[in-house]
Design a protein around this ligand. Structure first.
Ligand code: SAH
Ligand code: SF4
Length: 367
């Protein structure tokens, strides 16, 4: 059964009318759900009780339950373990930034788009766990409203950004991801600027093309991790489906069509892809592409074998900066990602529900 969060405004209007109520009730219901982050229909005081009862029976709120929340020592990073109706576990992370920092008080939610992931990246905890299933739009949105509600209740800063960089490959779950994006962006939904939403893909070209065709200015991030095809296929076992030159060509096309720059993610692993000549090859590959490279020093994953293995070692600071210098010297804009939440395993690639013992710091009630 679809949840309230799975419907567009038009679809909800039709449902409301079918129940004999005026269309405008749909906007009221959505305002409660996505602006005031209601927990249930009971909160919707200006909606007639009989309509609320019918909707609750036919279009329930998504059934997600926060089973644990971990907070970093400074409280700025919060990872939630969320149980879906069928028992699957996913994770969502809230990252708050100090208003005095470069990030100017951003509050970013990193959402999962799938339970597990089929892409199998060797350095990623999610990839090592395999694919379970796609999330629904409602399950994606519930990750956002859950944090938004907590922030609102605590008088904290409102959410400003959403990134699809949690568990899963968003471009492999396009219909649900796009439905969620539309409600995030819609004036009758969460009302977040499209420019503040970023979808990260491991390089699924049809998804890059779809995003280029979309009028919404949603940001694109592409995970590269290697300057050449052979190494990339070692790191991403499914990468042969979309070879590197074709991915770069699709990115050039994206820039030409949208006028927006692409972010390239490059997970830096000692002795694997961190040599200065690899940086130079990367700069050559990206020559002339309007882009920004985000270097992500690899995070240790819960799987000890991986951390000790060839792909789990984080390069020294000096080596990381040397890699960055090679890129900047060739005109490629590039930053090293600030680590957030490493101590609570909330950093990139560590999102894997059943792995790592999860101390339950706080058990919250439903949603
Ligand atoms: N599937 C999409 C989006 C989710 S992964 C993608 O791969 O782009 C989000 C980011 O986390 C990717 O750039 C990925 O490379 C990075 N990541 C995965 N495992 C990591 C690890 N162990 N350390 C650092 N970054 C990692
Ligand atoms: Fe999937 Fe992204 Fe992890 Fe690769 S890095 S396994 S694509 S979630």
């Amino acid at each position: 059964m679809p949840s309230l969060y799975d419907l567009t405004l038009t679809e909800l209007e039709e449902r409301v009318e079918a129940l004999g109520a005026p269309r405008y009730r749909a906007r009221q219901v959505r305002a409660w759900a996505f602006r005031r982050f209601a927990r249930s229909y009971d909160d919707m005081s200006n909606v007639p009780a009989p309509l609320r009862r019918r909707l609750a029976a036919e279009l329930p709120f998504p059934e997600t339950r926060v089973v644990a929340e971990l907070r970093s020592d400074d409280g700025l990073t919060r990872k939630r373990l969320i149980r879906l109706a069928d028992g699957r576990l996913i994770e969502a992370v809230l990252m708050l930034y100090d208003p005095r920092s470069d990030s100017r008080g951003r509050a970013t939610v990193c959402v999962s788009s799938q339970a597990g992931c089929a892409m199998g990246c060797v350095f990623c905890a999610t990839g090592q766990g395999g694919f379970e299933r796609n999330l629904t739009a409602g399950e994606i949105l519930a990750q956002v409203t859950g944090f938004a509600r907590e922030q609102a209740d605590a008088g904290g800063q409102p959410l400003t950004n959403v990134v699809f960089m949690g568990m899963g490959e968003p471009m492999a779950n396009w219909p649900a991801v796009w439905r969620a994006v539309e409600t995030l962006n819609a004036a009758d939904g969460v009302g977040m600027a499209a420019r503040h939403i970023t979808i990260s893909t491991v390089g699924l070209i049809p998804g890059i093309r779809r995003l280029a065709d979309e009028p919404l200015q949603v940001g694109l991030a592409v995970s590269l991790h290697a300057p050449d095809e052979a190494l990339r296929e070692r790191l991403i076992p499914t990468a042969h489906r979309y070879p590197l030159p074709a991915i770069i060509a699709a990115c050039r096309e994206y820039v030409a069509r949208t006028g927006r720059r692409v972010t390239f993610e490059y997970c830096l692993m000692e002795g694997v892809n961190d040599a200065p000549e690899q940086a130079r090859a990367l700069a050559a590959l990206l020559d002339g592409v309007l882009c920004h490279v985000n270097i992500i020093p690899v995070n240790p994953t819960a799987d000890a074998r991986m951390s000790d293995g060839p792909y789990g070692r984080r390069p020294s600071r000096a080596r990381t900066l040397a890699f960055q210098r090679e890129l900047t010297a060739r005109g490629v804009a590039c930053t090293v990602r600030v680590e957030k939440g490493v101590e609570i395993s909330a950093a990139c690639g560590q999102l894997r529900g059943e792995a790592a013992p999860l101390p339950v710091v706080q058990t919250l009630p439903s949603r």
